[in-house]
Design a protein around this ligand. Structure first.
Ligand code: FMN
Length: 236
């Protein structure tokens, strides 16, 4: 039986169980993914929101993202024409709106109006920001790759807005306090446990660090004593 550690973290030496596998036909299996609300505008006063799960970061510097959208979506031509969109991150509170924007088309309804979402002016693009979203990422399209069912818009991030409600006194941003959601095989989930921070697998814990220092000190003391002995031996 696996030893359960108090902090729930796994020891590097613990063996993880694995099971027999079935081979499936090729399909989309990279889950969980974010489900974001993408805002777009036709540049003539009509704005829309589309939920997108096929999205992600593709470059750190310059900051670049992608969204893949089916050409038959109402939003597609808005993005294609203006070459602009905004990625609005979603939260537990926005879960209903996220789903609604993914099943209703802007051809039939005004999603901003029906969901009582707040339009905020973006700084560099014509599409509006969703006020209730904790993070709004303004994007300008660089390329459109016609892949098949979906066309992928590669875009540069031109501005980012973060809600001050999640900034601490040191200006550190805590997205987890906004309760972000993910989408996995048709289901939305909240995020529950914090399992570790970047690089924790190789980080020494405080007690391990203390033990290492103690070990170092003991070795140093032993060498001092040993040298003192031989020194004494030589002199005496
Ligand atoms: C969770 C979820 C994720 C979705 N992801 C995508 C996506 O990545 N690309 C896409 O074209 N449609 C996606 N859709 C479908 C569109 O959001 C949906 O067809 C929407 O009604 C289109 O809105 P529009 O016609 O106003 O543009 C998704 C729907 C849901 C519920």
């Amino acid at each position: 039986m696996k030893e359960k550690r108090k902090n729930g973290r796994q020891k590097a030496t613990e063996k993880i169980s694995y099971y027999p596998k079935q081979q499936w036909k090729p399909g989309n299996m990279v889950y969980p993914v974010p489900a974001v609300m993408v805002t777009a505008s036709d540049g003539e006063g009509k704005d829309n929101i589309i939920t997108v799960a096929w999205t992600g970061t593709i470059c750190t510097n310059p900051p670049m993202v992608y969204i893949s959208v089916r050409p038959e979506r109402y939003s597609y031509h808005m993005i294609q024409q203006t070459k602009e969109f905004v990625i609005n991150l979603t939260t537990r509170e926005l879960a209903y709106a996220t789903d609604y924007c993914g099943v209703k088309s802007g051809r039939e309804v005004d999603k901003f109006d029906i969901l009582k979402l707040t339009k905020q002016k973006a700084s560099k693009v014509s599409a509006p920001l969703i006020g209730e979203s904790p993070v709004n990422i303004e994007c300008k399209v660089l390329q459109c790759q016609e892949l098949g069912s979906h066309h992928m818009f590669l875009a540069e991030v031109v501005s980012v807005h973060v809600s001050e409600a999640y900034l601490d006194e040191k200006e550190k941003f805590h997205l987890e306090r906004a309760e972000p959601i993910v989408y996995s095989h048709g289901t939305y989930y909240g995020l529950k446990d914090m399992l570790g921070t970047f690089g924790y697998s190789i980080k020494k814990s405080n007690s391990a660090r203390k033990k290492k220092i103690e070990r170092g000190n003991k070795k140093q003391n032993r060498e001092i004593l040993k040298n003192r002995g031989s020194y004494r031996g030589k002199v005496l």
